[in-house]
Design a protein around this ligand. Structure first.
Ligand code: NOJ
Ligand code: CA
Length: 568
């Protein structure tokens, strides 16, 4: 019998380069993580997911992998990984690693061999090399655009010194896409899965899990204006890895092709050979949720990220709908719903939920951006949103630093920005650096305790001294205390494995105002006020409140942007 721990787990995302630096070079590393695992144990999470730490030229912060079975010297060694894993397991924390199967780095030996080999060779057949169009092949093979901006094709110089074929890269030109129709590629990834499973990892977060297979013939694709496709103009909520349209026959030829599912069924068999409940979690930016559920059918992956939830504004009706849709969609295939508000690709939710101007996902915020909220407003809303999320049945993902209430860093100087999005759009889109700034541990020391020196690969704002972990630890009302209490209560009241009943269906005479989200999960009544006026608070013992409660005409009231958990 297995525990199926993943159905209810709170999973904390570690972004290795920004978590903790052990040697003072300004970049976080594995020994840094190991030394700080105690803080995650006391936070009360069940598992960590590591963004990539593999050998990589770091053109896309490690999502450009040159060797899938080794650790980049920036982050340490395989021995450092083993030590971290042992320490995490000793503390009861499971470890999920990132698998990047859509593309490798251009420094991967296979791609170097492909460049050296001739068109039509077995070496080139591991990637998507094609002849160009036009009289001399001077035009790209099709019109696809990179998610990071610019064309999705780059032309190579052949051995004879002449310009030759083109290769496909849905992301940066340093990230060539594999050809997943090639059995050699499939076998190599089975080997990589086994390499990490043998080392003892508890699972994989699968990067771009909707993109591996491209439609036969690589047909041109022009997204409808504002449709949120990579070629589109980009309206509100356009994701970094765009959603596919819900219209039949209207899906981009590079996302959500049927063929991807066969790959995950195959991987599931590999995982099932291993003892101990190992998991696959999909990063699939697909719309709608009923389609995302295909990734977590019983013989495929265990979890899929819920980006529809992440993209929902702080509005009661929209929240109720996305919660219903999520529970329906994932429930229909017997999978748990997941929930997430922040990660390393999106504007931190302590800023995002209160931004008053459009900011398409993946475009980022910077000095030119409009509608940046006051910190107090943003963090208040973020705390309410997190308290709501952690009361939902299923599995929740947290992103490092959100437990400190960190906001997006808006004022990074241009010359420190590193996201390929910034370079590929000539600075038009700020990209994702603002959510990747190294996190503060101790408020009164250099780099706020991120490392032993004052070095930090992205500069930390002065305001972060106050937000450092040691300034919040044990402080009533701090964001850290709220997260610790919510995670403890979530476990004590078994909320992850509970069932949601909307308050208006309880029939207890509960009057739910339009701007309020209210439900019962087991013995906990959750009420979130997403409106602008205080509302009456139902009677009951307060277990958790995301902010101070107010005094109303007939007792306590629930102020705007506040969530409360009551004993039902
Ligand atoms: C999704 C990752 O989360 C993102 O950071 C990365 O840039 C792309 N996939 C490409 O690997
Ligand atoms: Ca370091």
């Amino acid at each position: 019998m297995t525990s199926e721990w993943w159905r209810t787990a709170a999973i904390y995302q570690i972004y290795p380069r920004s978590f903790a630096d052990s040697n003072g070079d300004g970049i976080g590393d594995l020994p840094g993580v190991t030394a700080r695992l105690g803080s995650l144990q006391s936070l009360g999470i069940d598992a960590v997911w590591f963004s990539p730490f593999y050998t990589s030229p770091q053109k896309d912060a490690g999502y450009d992998v040159a060797d899938y079975c080794d650790i980049d010297p920036l982050f340490g060694t395989l021995a450092d990984f083993d030590a971290m894993l042992e320490e995490a397991h000793a503390r009861g924390i499971r470890v999920i690693v990132d698998l990047v199967p859509n593309h490798s780095s251009d420094r991967h030996v296979w791609f170097q061999a492909a460049l050296a080999a001739a068109p039509g060779s077995a070496e080139r057949a591991r990637y998507l090399f094609r002849d160009g169009k036009g009289a001399t092949g001077e035009l790209p093979p099709n019109n696809w655009e990179s998610v990071f901006g610019g064309p999705a094709w780059t032309r190579v110089v052949e051995a004879d010194g002449n310009l030759g074929q083109w290769y496909l890269h849905l992301f940066d030109s340093s990230q060539p896409d594999f050809d997943w129709h090639n059995e050699e590629v499939r076998e190599e990834f089975r080997r990589i899965l086994r390499f990490w499973l043998d080392r003892g990892v508890d699972g994989f977060r699968v990067d771009v899990a909707h993109g591996l297979v491209k439609a036969e013939g690589l047909p041109d694709w022009t997204a409808a204006e504002g449709a949120g496709s990579m070629g589109g103009a980009g309206g509100e909520g356009v994701p970094l890895e765009p959603e596919i349209s819900t219209e039949p026959g209207d899906a981009p030829p590079y996302w959500a092709q049927e063929g991807v599912h066969e790959i995950y069924r195959d991987w599931r068999k590999v995982l099932d050979e291993y003892p101990g409940d190992r998991i696959l979690a999909a990063e699939a930016w697909v719309d709608p949720l009923s389609k995302v559920a295909k990734w977590v059918r019983p013989d495929e992956m265990h979890q899929s990220f819920n980006f529809a939830y992440l993209e929902t504004p702080w509005k009661a009706a929209a929240l109720r709908k996305v919660i219903d849709d999520s529970l329906d969609a994932f429930g229909s295939v017997g999978a748990p719903s997941t929930w997430v508000l922040s990660n390393h690709d999106v504007v931190r939710h302590a800023t995002r939920l209160a931004v008053t101007a459009d900011n398409p996902q993946g475009h980022g915020l910077g000095p030119r951006s409009k509608g940046i909220p006051e910190y107090a407003t943003g963090v208040r809303r973020a705390r309410a949103a997190t308290a709501l999320m952690l009361a939902l049945p299923g599995s929740a993902y947290l992103y490092q630093g959100e437990e400190l209430g960190l906001p997006e860093v808006i004022d990074l100087p241009n010359d420190v920005r590193q996201d390929p999005t910034w370079f590929r759009t000539d600075g038009e889109r700020y990209g994702r650096d603002g959510c990747r700034v190294p996190i503060p541990w101790e408020g009164d020391v250099p780099s706020y305790g991120f490392g032993p020196s004052d070095a930090s690969w992205l500069p930390q704002p002065a305001q972060w001294a106050e937000l450092a972990r040691d300034k919040q630890e044990g402080v009533a009302g701090s964001t850290l205390s709220l997260y610790q209490a919510a995670l403890r209560l979530r476990r004590e009241h078994a909320l992850g494995s509970g069932t949601l009943v909307w308050a208006d269906a309880l029939g207890a005479g509960l009057d739910v105002p339009a701007d309020v989200v209210a439900f019962r999960n087991g013995d906990v009544l959750v009420v979130a006020n997403a409106g602008t006026a205080a509302v009456a608070l139902p009677a009951g013992e307060v277990l958790l409140a995301s902010n101070e409660l107010g005094a109303g005409a007939s007792g306590s009231s629930l102020p705007p942007d506040t969530t409360v958990w009551l004993r039902a």
